[in-house]
Design a protein around this ligand. Structure first.
Ligand SMILES: [Zn+2]
Length: 593
């Protein structure tokens, strides 16, 4: 790996040490808020809604948040780069408190607007000059019956700082401070979780993988009580808000926000669960090749044929592979991706205190998206980079929309990322001449798809049950461990046996601590992207333009409209089976090879 350091350039937000500029912006935001209150408070509910008046209000409202999100993004990125610096954590906390204060002052806006009759509101959303805010308004109308009084909303919002947000932050800080120690080439080395993952999942020496797994479990076991406590309180906090707002199920709030029906999610999840035998058949096949009596959790992502040639890629090689494969799809994709590489919109190096995992933050339409990952040179890291660039390109194209309709529904957000992964995988596969490398690449692809579709589906079932069980009282560590273990074991049948250690491995899955019902969007996105990829392969020229313009819609269309524009119908039961067929094709190819 090259020694060049790939870190963010945040100067587009604020220059280093520009604390005075940030303070000035905060003063400006406060002034805009006071002006907003003066102009609109107690004026938004009248017998007849004035469309132009509301339009001006929406534009002013959006402008305030645009300024606030820029400061928030700046400190949140700083914190992701250095979770151990208390000064940065302090600044990050300060801006969170500042935004909560702004939100509370502006709380009246949505509530007063929603106090108009539904009939009036629908008319408003449909009027011609509301085009740029239509989707936003329609979503607001769906939440109308769950909104509380201004006073109550403010109390909940203020208290969230010391409840859910505080527990999420505590989780992050505990995770970032974790250190794992393993023995490698007779030397003991200390690793962060990101560094450990490499030795845990795909490293080509089973003994090292087993040692890494032991080291992970040991750490998690020591801290299990803390994480059980945090998760219980996050679940209870969610339960309390649902009760107060009168949501009928733990999923309801999320599904309204994602604009997806429960039926669509259920039909997807059932199709995947009904196909668990695909996973167990594959792992039986894998264990027969590897002559192992029993596979366990460290064999889920390992090479099919253990090869000592552990192929790694430099940053520049990864960049070239990605840009070339995007270019075959559309030069528009390459041009946008180049901006990420050239302007410091990616933070890829591994260093102490940096956040684990990978993400793309949309930031605001007037700036640019930012990507974080921990690049160690594996083919897997190229996949992650392509994935996050997929989000990044989507965000960049969505900048045609305004802030309130910038990001698309979370349910379909994973389409763009998985689609880019597929483009890059095809390229990587074609590039190889060696049979073993080809088999291992395909094997990785199959196993990664299992992780995205089947494992995330199991996560979804686990998460749903967690919320339902928490309603009956506090969960013990054993409750959570066993639920996790049993739900995850199911996808493997009797082909791979998860050891007792694995039952603690729900802890590093940040999604259970940061979001509610996010995980199903991975299976949703991967299945959708698989089907879209088939559409693309069969009709390249017409697909590319439709796909790019669908991405440009950002959050201005709901998931059903968007997927229709891309040429697929998620209401069709057969559709989900179609997504799984691609994996079957990969399995057939690997058997032939
Ligand atoms: Zn993603």
């Amino acid at each position: 790996m090259s020694t060049q350091k790939i870190v963010w350039n945040l100067e587009n937000l604020y220059k280093e040490n520009e604390l005075q500029e940030i303070e000035n912006d905060k003063i400006l935001i406060k002034q805009l808020v006071e002006k907003f209150i003066l102009n609109y408070k107690n004026k938004l509910n009248s017998k007849k809604i004035e469309t132009n008046f509301i339009l001006n209000a929406l534009q002013d409202y959006e402008k305030i948040y645009e300024y606030a999100y820029i400061i928030y993004s700046y400190f949140s990125y700083k914190k992701h780069q250095n979770n151990l610096d208390e000064n940065i954590s302090g600044k990050y906390q300060e801006i969170n408190e500042f935004i909560t204060e702004i939100e509370n002052k502006l709380m009246f806006f949505e509530l007063e607007l929603l106090s108009n009759s539904e009939e009036e509101l629908v008319k408003l959303a449909n009027s011609s000059n509301m085009e740029k805010y239509r989707e936003y308004l329609q979503k607001e109308i769906k939440f109308k019956k769950f909104r509380l009084s201004e006073k109550e909303e403010i109390i909940l919002n203020k208290k969230s700082q010391t409840s859910s947000s505080a527990f999420s932050r505590l989780y992050d800080e505990l995770q970032a401070a974790n250190e794992f120690s393993i023995k490698l080439d007779n030397k003991r080395i200390k690793l962060t979780y990101s560094q450990l993952s490499k030795y845990l999942s795909s490293y080509n020496n089973r003994t090292v993988r087993l040692n890494a797994a032991k080291s992970l479990t040991k750490r998690l076991k020591t801290d299990i009580k803390k994480y059980t406590f945090i998760l219980n309180h996050l679940l209870l906090d969610k339960q309390i808000s649902d009760e107060i707002r009168n949501f009928s199920s733990p999923q309801e709030a999320t599904l309204i926000a994602y604009q997806i029906n429960q039926n669509t999610v259920d039909s997807m999840s059932n199709t995947i669960t009904n196909n668990y035998n695909m996973v167990s058949d594959f792992y039986k096949y894998k264990s027969s090749i590897q002559n192992l009596n029993e596979l366990n959790e460290v064999d889920r992502y390992s090479q099919i044929i253990e090869s000592k040639k552990n192929k790694t890629y430099t940053w520049d090689q990864a960049k070239k592979i990605i840009l070339d494969s995007f270019n075959e799809f559309s030069p528009i994709f390459t041009n946008i991706a180049e901006k990420f590489f050239d302007n410091g919109w990616i933070d890829a190096s591994i260093y102490k205190g940096k956040s684990n995992g990978a993400f793309c933050s949309y930031c605001v339409p007037s700036k640019n998206p930012y990507i974080l990952l921990n690049f160690s040179g594996r083919a897997e890291d190229i996949r992650v980079l392509a994935h996050e660039l997929g989000h990044g390109i989507h965000a960049y194209l969505s900048r045609k929309q305004n802030l309130l309709q910038y990001s698309s529904s979370t349910a379909v957000a994973e389409i763009a990322s998985v689609f880019c992964e597929k483009l890059v995988f095809d390229k990587l596969f074609q590039m190889q001449n060696d049979k073993v490398t080809k088999i291992n690449l395909l094997g990785n692809k199959i196993q990664e798809s299992f992780a995205t579709i089947f494992r995330q589906n199991a996560f979804h079932i686990f998460e749903t049950q967690l919320h339902n069980l928490r309603k009956k009282g506090e969960l013990s560590s054993d409750n959570i461990n066993n639920l996790f273990q049993n739900t995850l074991q199911e996808m493997f049948g009797n082909s791979l046996h998860l050891s007792d250690d694995h039952k603690y491995w729900w802890i590093p899955v940040g999604h259970f601590f940061h979001y509610n019902f996010y995980v199903f969007t991975y299976c949703f996105g991967e299945s959708l992207a698989n089907s879209l990829f088939n559409v693309y392969k069969s009709n390249k020229s017409s697909f590319v333009d439709n796909y790019i313009s669908a991405l440009e819609f950002g959050g201005s269309k709901d998931p059903y409209e968007l997927t229709k524009l891309m040429g697929v119908d998620v209401n069709d039961e057969q559709f989900w089976n179609g997504g799984l067929k691609i994996i079957n094709n990969y399995i057939e190819t690997i058997k032939k090879l």
